[in-house]
Design a protein. Structure first.
Length: 337
């Protein structure tokens, strides 16, 4: 089978197309013939060993998102059949319940091989049914960014109708957050570096928008727009550079979901307001199988589809990663087999 893997040494230059023997499912496992994959910001960090010593020894098959069709079943598999269309799950052993160290120990495309292969062999509970209303590339986009946004806002965040949610950026996580916030009846404020992207998010239903390059004090502006005491929930993907403004924007007792550190990973904020204003800083690392299943059901009920920026061929992974690194994308970048 074809695979795209990091080989020999940790570097983007060593992300290469090669072949491996077709895998065979063991007891409790299924083999999935992969149809599509999708990129996440994380895939720019993986080739540089961005997740440290816990990562699998090389070679490592790239990417965490994908979709495929079950083509072989191992002994003892109970709930899946040949022909079922499934998405591999980001965390292979986090089925349900709260996060624990063992449940977070096996993520695709980091601790274990990822989705950039013609076939994957995975435990039965390491996959979940793909929503039927989505085509292959759309279904491939859900595993990481969509589950993260769902867990931040719904499973952990518990957002409610008429809450005001502030969403940073227009990448994968952010546009799913916008869609899920709208689904729950929340009012949304999106910030972006680009006026053109902001007009596109308004067409997707964003209620208010702010260009964070033109309005560096966007936290104060967002708080004014929210009225009352401020924002109920912030989806923070910037970390060090955005957290001070997120704290400006948040209401007493509000929640900031810390998801990404695009602007740096150090904590450089006055902590007094966190204490005195009862702010909940909530770290999120994707989510579990139950989150995926619940989110996929909601997307199917409301015929919700991911926003796809561009689709590349399997052999064009390096070009797709360059496109992601360029930052001009709006939503998800897909790969077809
Ligand atoms: N914790 C988790 O479970 C989890 C899961 C998925 C992703 N992440 C992290 O979340 C972040 C986003 O991931 P992604 O895959 O959605 O990336 P992405 O598709 O590349 O989107 C990133 C977007 O963030 C915006 N952005 C960049 N720098 C920013 C800044 N300093 N302030 C505000 N917005 C900024 C940009 O939007 P504009 O172009 O509109 O300005 C950019 O398009 C990454 O750090 C990633 O590692 C974490």
């Amino acid at each position: 089978m074809r695979v795209f893997q990091v080989e020999n040494d940790w570097s983007m230059d060593n992300v290469r197309l090669t072949t491996r023997p077709d895998p065979v499912p063991g007891p409790g496992q299924v083999r999935v013939g992969m149809r599509a994959a999708a990129l996440n910001y994380r895939d720019l960090l993986v080739p540089r060993r961005g997740y440290g010593s816990r990562m699998k020894a090389l070679p490592l098959i790239m990417l965490s998102d994908g979709v495929g069709v079950v083509d072989r079943i191992g002994e003892g598999v109970k709930h899946l059949s040949v022909g079922d269309r499934v998405c591999p799950l980001f965390f292979q052993t986090w089925v349900d319940g709260p996060p624990t160290k063992p449940r977070l120990a096996q993520s695709l495309g980091s601790e274990v091989d990822g989705t950039m292969a013609d076939f994957m062999v995975l435990p039965e509970l390491g996959v979940a049914p793909a929503p039927a209303h989505l085509d292959a590339v759309e279904a491939a986009c859900l595993g990481t960014a969509a589950v993260t946004a769902w867990r931040a806002l719904v499973s952990e965040g518990g957002i409610e109708q008429d809450d005001t949610v502030l969403i940073q950026g227009t990448g994968g996580v952010s546009l799913f957050a916008l869609q899920f916030a709208k689904l729950r009846g929340a009012r949304t404020i999106v910030i972006s570096s680009s006026d053109e992207k902001l007009s596109r998010v308004r067409r997707l239903g964003a209620d208010e928008t702010i260009n964070y390059r033109k309005v560096p004090e966007w936290g104060r502006r967002a708080r004014e727009i929210a009225g009352a005491d401020g924002i109920d929930h912030v989806v923070d993907v910037g970390g060090q550079t955005t957290l001070p403004q997120s704290l400006r924007a948040i209401r007493v007792g509000g929640t900031i979901s810390l998801i990404g550190v695009l602007g740096g990973g150090a904590m450089d904020v006055p902590l007094g307001p966190v204490v005195t204003r009862h702010v909940r800083l909530q770290g999120i690392t994707v989510g579990c199988r139950a989150d995926f299943v619940q989110m996929a059901a909601a997307m199917a009920t409301h015929a919700l589809k991911p926003v796809i920026d561009r689709v590349f061929a399997f052999t064009e992974l390096r070009a797709a990663l360059d496109h992601l690194a360029g930052g001009s994308h709006f939503g998800k970048i897909g790969i077809t087999h």
